[in-house]
Design a binder for this molecule. Structure first.
Ligand code: DQA
Length: 148
């Protein structure tokens, strides 16, 4: 069976395309999903793509990824900067996580400079818009030894 990755999106990312386009651009979340699916196809990886505005739901989906997926691409949105629960969930499942942000969080407000996800992620990509998701998928594919 083909290996797969979970691409997980947190709060407000369902509004991508209309939400603060000067910060996040005009690409919608379904455009991002299409980019992820194309990258997965190119690399021979199945992609499960999800979004929730609810912290506990994201925790549940991270738990369920164990044994089903080989890694997680995670844009936790604002929970990045607050959620010890998401950090602990990642530590609990021991799956490689590529943290991604559309914007460069280090160029923005000080409260965005702290990431609980970075403390347990394999690595982090930010500031490259939706292409960051493609880079994250490529980085995880390389990490898990997936050849295209
Ligand atoms: C974000 C950055 C976060 O600070 C913000 O709360 C988001 C989106 C990004 O993709 O740039 O919701 O994760």
């Amino acid at each position: 069976m083909a290996k797969s990755l979970l691409v997980l999106n947190g709060p407000n990312l369902n509004l991508l395309g209309t939400r603060q386009p000067e910060v996040y651009g005009s690409t919608t979340l379904s455009d991002v999903e299409a980019m992820c699916r194309a990258a997965g196809e190119r690399l021979g990886l199945a992609i499960e793509f999800r979004q929730s505005n609810h912290e506990g739901v994201l925790v549940d989906w991270i738990h369920q990824a164990k044994g089903r997926h080989s890694g997680i691409v995670l844009n936790a949105g604002a929970y990045t900067h607050t959620s010890i629960a998401l950090m602990d969930a990642i530590s609990s499942v021991e799956l490689p996580v590529a943290e991604v942000h559309l914007s460069n969080i280090h160029r923005r407000e000080a409260f965005r400079h702290v990431s609980y996800i970075s403390k347990v992620a394999l690595g982090m990509i930010c500031g490259f818009g939706p292409f960051g998701y493609v880079m994250s998928i490529e980085a995880l594919a390389d990490h898990i030894g997936q050849k295209s």
